[in-house]
Ligand binder design. Sequence first.
Ligand SMILES: Cc1ncc(COP(=O)(O)O)c(C=O)c1O
Length: 377
Amino acid sequence: MKLFDVYPLIPVTITRAEACTLWDEQGEKYLDLYGGHAVISIGHTHPHYVQRIKEQLDQIAFYSNSVRIPIQHAFAAKLGELSCLHDYQLFLCNSGAEANENAIKLASFATGKSGMIAFSGAFHGRTSAAVALTDNPKIVAPCNARTDFHILPFGDLEAVETVLETQEIGGIIIEGIQGVGGIQVPSAEFLLGLEKLAKRYHAKLILDEVQSGFGRTGRFFAHQWVDGLRPDIISMAKGMGNGFPMGGILICPDFEASYGLLGTTFGGNHLACAAGLAVLEVLEAEKLQQKAAELGDQLIEELSKIPQITQIRGKGLMIGLDLDREAGPVRAELVKKYHIFTGSASKKETIRLLPPLCVDWNQLNSFISALKEILKT
Ligand SMILES: Cc1ncc(COP(=O)(O)O)c(C=O)c1O
């Protein structure tokens, strides 16, 4: 059977990984500064993560949400502690798109309104409502296109207010830091303005922290760089499971749950919670969030000395670099000659850096040297 050919591939077969290092089938080593789309948070095959998953697998991997699952509560308690969002409620699912889909549904249930707002450059996933709020017409199928969903200019509060005044809008969704859009950081003024407008017009503010969450930016969630901001719903996935498929939403206390309102077969299964709990335990024990903040600052400082880089954006270990040329050939050379994986973004000049949070300065420095060499020519 042939695979449905939808992915352009890097010509490397990875067979083993540890922390930030990957090995191919010939035993060649690679440095992972992309974490498989920002998924690897605590590092590949972390021993504590592996042990917790193995132990859980020996006990029980899965039973449905029709029975008590104590490890869900243990995960929720630890998540509340590390994110400092103790009073939010947790609903678990399996991916980022699914998390956003549930967030959008919940905003619509709570307000009784069907319209939604998202922003230029946004990526919220590929399922029906999430893709309709993603700024890429090529991946929106005719059955997903909606006239009551609006993609407005990033940063434009006036445009948001105009739509809120004239349409029935139940939710506004925005990434903590835009990922696929090239690491665009929303200003504090914009985020706080959205919060205020959402309140005034009875819409819910959804922070999509699927890529920017779990310590990556130096705060637990990227929006926590903005003092006082309290989203109605926060969606998460990627770094949450460090490779185990896991997603979820945090729901502020005003929302009332009722049986059957949301649901999933696999979400919050024993094995996923063991993986998620291991991630939180390692994040805390190894102070990876603080490390991300420090290393990110150091990296941005060094990169800003390279004249061929025209702009640097981001926080912590979520960084976008615009080059004075197309990034594709540079990234290909980084893999081929220097064995370093990086990411792309929607703009062709951008390189996206999303390393595992356990990366060290020597590894980041080897990237800086390689990049300087390539850009010299
Ligand atoms: C900000 C953001 N939201 C949602 C998603 C979708 O997540 P998933 O691919 O797990 O469905 C992504 C994936 O890249 C993302 O970056």
